[in-house]
Design a protein around this ligand. Structure first.
Ligand SMILES: Cc1cc2nc3c(=O)[nH]c(=O)nc-3n(C[C@H](O)[C@H](O)[C@H](O)COP(=O)(O)O)c2cc1C
Ligand code: SF4
Length: 814
């Protein structure tokens, strides 16, 4: 068209010129006029064409640019999406296009915005009234509902950092108000059903956590009731959550494709091991690197909560309910209503009924699955610690969560940030500890009079630290400023009841108060020794001036946020500090100020063995330990550093070469090797030690001799220096402590304080003292001035019998 107009205009123009010069003016003028019209039209068309072309370019570019970054989790777009978006390809995972909502700086095309809108509509339809067509599709398709490949997302372990973490909605300023009907329908949505055939074939795991035993008993009742369901193909498996080496093995990964979880839990409004389980579930939910719905791989789950509705009406079974929420949030589909049983008013009968009904459902009632609905995630995220006054009823699935949404929002936020006491006075841990002679100081510290303190007061010998380092046991205070720990070592007697956590998350007591109360408590315990047969008057008098503080006892002292200040206060009182840490907190270790002696526990030489022995909470526990060794070699190389090895037969006594690698890495001043020891039996702890795990003195000696030989073969300057045979304890020292052929492993305490008063710019070589003859390796290490008390044969026999009856644990690991 453009071409024709142009050509015609040109031809007319030329004819016009020809006729004009030929004298045919009038005809020429008509032709010129026509030329003008055609020219103008042609220009208009050209302009119009030009306008269209540039408009096409951005469209093309936009199409190219719009590569959805959501990945399976939709993290690229940020924020949370509507649940149904994942069915839609683009922006289909968690996050969808919701990033814009959170002010995420993200340019999205219309198509994305449209898809968000559509998703919203879609999700509304799905969650309120289901489209009959959808229902039909589900009915046909539901057998594939648990198809792992289809439903599970691959973990996004390597998701780039730009992907934001899932942000708990409680931090979100905007809140979408919903009508009560909307809430009830959308909080937890019914998904599909599951066939009884599938349920009966499933691997049923009954998880429980118990502080005082009631929940363990309840879990066994559930187990028994399920055993009565003869149609079940496999026996249920009972598992103690507090004993799990790695919660993620079951709550990120699942043991089998047919796993069905029954989770039986108490509730405690004080710190308890269950907190760690909850903390892990919550962390996993907010961890964008993980699969969005790891527990979708389960056939299903249910929760049974035990509590006390009379004493804790506001918080009745609140932790069981929280676990229910988080398992759902992680993709779990609830197959049976949450049971909430008041142990004060009901008890075992109701547990039996609940378990019985659950068993019936497995064979007779094809259950509807209830799953977490992200579209109303605020209700979950803002759920308070204590809420709900719902009773068990048919609609319990809805009622549970409805209650959460309906609760007072002020109360929610208050409870979300509530800081607990680590060991509150009314807690079972407090009761347990005090029963065993511990004095709880404030809410997170403890002291206990050590048996060696008592022994030395009575002239019956001192602890191994007397032989190795010159500690006076009768003037030693055993203290921890943190009863909580970040490991669950197999040789820790308190495992299962002590608070566990990776970080400090409790009220903090002032260091001045802790020290003052600890000294008072220690002295009150010393006072009780007055009049005990054999107590030596001079030692008794001196015991009222504490000279050493062993910062170990139980728990992890370095977790205490004011640990440095606390150590300074000790030094001000001329109390030496022996700080033992578990090599899991490199940052805290790096920042530790001057101490008299700094220990790092090396409980195993390899990653696999360390996991088995310490059962650490951190996933990167090995890297943490290695970092601690590097810190010992560098930043803390001015300190008197000690590697402490606690030998447990069958766990960590094999690989001398790997131990040597660690020594080569950290180059400590000393390596203190101690065989694990016993005290008392523990029922129900499947992981505790038995007699077979305790090495004899000869076995420890063989171990250290081989160890030193290997170190020397590597030209590392370490030798056997001192021992305390009674405690099965041997000291390997760096040869620089052998001055002019004489060992100087003892500490000149006066010199230490003298130097400290001037500045802390000195090293371990500045406060050495000669090791006495009796303490040297091969001489036994029994301190003179004491009378050896040989154990009676009968006592030994009794002990052996006790050991055979149950597993025994070590008492003092410090
Ligand atoms: C210190 C303490 C705090 C408790 N807090 C709660 C609570 O907040 N909510 C609740 O429902 N029950 C609470 N209970 C009751 C326990 O959950 C209940 O006794 C349960 O059966 C204990 O189980 P266990 O013996 O397995 O540890 C508490 C009990 C104690 C001793
Ligand atoms: S160092 Fe430990 S074992 Fe020795 S007296 Fe002090 S608290 Fe007891």
């Amino acid at each position: 068209m453009t071409f024709n107009n142009q050509t015609t205009a040109t031809v007319i123009g030329f004819i016009g010129i020809y006729l004009y010069f030929g004298g045919r003016f009038s005809i020429a003028l008509v032709l010129f006029f026509s030329y003008g019209i055609l020219y103008t039209e042609n220009k208009k068309l050209e302009n119009a064409d030009n306008k269209i072309k540039p408009a096409q370019e951005p469209l093309k570019t936009e199409k190219k640019k719009h590569v959805c970054m959501c990945g399976k989790n939709g993290g690229g777009c940020g924020g949370k999406s509507k649940s149904d978006t994942k069915k839609k390809g683009c922006c289909g995972g968690k996050g969808g296009c919701g990033g814009l909502k959170h002010g995420h700086n993200h340019t999205h095309s219309d198509s994305c915005a449209r898809s968000e809108k559509n998703d919203e509509n879609h999700s509304n339809t799905n969650s309120t009234q289901q489209n009959p067509k959808d229902v039909d599709e589900l009915a046909v398709d539901f057998t594939g509902a648990f198809n792992t490949a289809e439903n599970s997302h691959k973990p996004l372990k390597k998701l780039p950092k730009i992907v934001p973490k899932r942000i708990p909605k409680r931090f979100s300023a905007e809140k979408k108000k919903k009508s009560p009907t909307e809430k009830s329908d959308r909080l937890i949505k019914s998904a599909l059903t599951v066939s009884n055939e599938k349920l009966l074939k499933s691997d049923i795991y009954i998880f429980y956590s118990s502080l005082q035993g009631a929940t363990e008993k309840a879990a066994r009742i559930v187990e028994n009731e399920l055993m009565k369901v003869t149609e079940l193909e496999k026996k249920p498996i009972l598992m103690n959550l507090d004993e799990l080496d790695n919660i993620d093995d079951y709550f990120v990964d699942v043991p089998t494709e047919n796993s069905l979880y029954v989770i039986v839990l108490p509730s405690y409004d004080v710190d308890c091991p269950l907190d760690y389980f909850l903390q892990t579930l919550e962390e996993n939910f907010y961890d964008q690197r993980l699969d969005a719905y790891p527990l979708r791989k389960l056939v299903g789950y249910t929760v049974l909560g035990l509590g006390d509705s009379e004493s804790w009406p506001e918080k009745f079974c609140y932790q069981a309910k929280k676990v229910d929420q988080f398992v759902a949030k992680l993709g779990g589909r609830r197959v049976f209503p949450v049971g909430k049983i008041c142990m004060k008013t009901s008890g075992n009968g109701e547990i039996k009924s609940w378990a019985n009904l659950f068993g019936e459902m497995l064979k007779e009632d094809e259950p509807i699955l209830y799953e977490y609905d992200e579209t109303v995630s605020d209700a979950y995220d803002e759920s308070p610690d204590g809420e709900s006054n719902s009773d068990n009823n048919d609609n319990e699935q809805l009622a549970d969560v409805e209650d959460l949404a309906g609760s007072d929002s002020n109360k929610c936020s208050k409870n979300s940030y509530e800081i607990k006491q680590m060991v509150a006075k009314n807690s079972p841990t407090y009761k347990n500890l005090t029963k065993q002679g511990y004095k709880i100081i404030g809410s997170h510290s403890g002291v206990k009079i050590c048996r060696w303190t008592k022994n030395e007061l009575r002239g019956r010998g001192s602890c191994y630290k007397k032989s190795l380092f010159n500690i006076s046991s009768s003037r030693c205070m055993e203290l921890t400023p943190s009863l909580a720990c970040s490991s669950k070592c197999v040789f820790c007697w308190r495992h299962g009841t002590n608070p566990v956590s990776k970080n400090w998350r409790w009220e903090i007591d002032e260091p001045e108060d802790i020290l003052e109360s600890a000294l008072n408590a220690h002295y009150s315990m010393i006072k009780q020794m007055r009049g005990v047969p054999g107590v030596m008057a001079d030692r008794f008098a001196n015991a009222f001036k504490v000279a050493h503080c062993a910062l170990s006892l139980v728990g992890e002292p370095i977790l205490y946020p004011h640990i440095n200040k606390f150590i300074e206060l000790l030094h001000e009182k001329e109390i030496s500090s022996f700080l033992v840490c578990n090599a899991q907190h490199p940052e805290a270790l790096r920042n530790i100020g001057k101490v008299t002696q700094l220990y790092v526990s090396i409980d195993a030489p390899t990653k696999q063995e360390l996991k088995k022995v310490d059962r650490p909470l951190y996933k990167d526990f090995w890297e943490r330990m290695i970092e601690c060794l590097d810190i010992i070699k560098t930043v803390q190389s001015h300190q008197r550093t000690v590697f402490r090895l606690t030998l447990v037969k069958g766990f960590n006594m094999g690989d001398i070469s790997s131990y040597s690698d660690l020594v080569e890495r950290g180059l400590p001043c000393f390596i203190e090797v101690k065989g694990a020891t016993f005290s008392g039996a523990s029922k129900n702890d499947v992981n505790s030690l038995t007699m077979q795990n305790i090495p004899y003195n000869e076995e420890c000696k063989k171990f250290v001799e081989d160890f030193v030989a290997e170190l020397q073969r590597r030209r590392l300057p370490y030798e056997l220096a001192a021992e305390h045979a009674h405690s099965n304890c041997i000291l390997i020292a760096n040869s620089r402590f052998k001055i002019n052929g004489e060992w100087h492993t003892h500490i000149a305490f006066d010199k230490f304080f003298e130097l400290l008063k001037k500045s802390d710019d000195f090293t371990y070589m500045d406060y050495l003292e000669k090791t006495p003859e009796w303490a040297l390796y091969g001489n036994g290490g029994f301190a003179p001035g004491n009378e050896r008390v040989i154990r009676k044969e009968e006592k030994l026999k009794k002990k052996l019998l006790k050991e055979q009856q149950g597993s025994l644990k070590s008492q003092e690991t410090h």
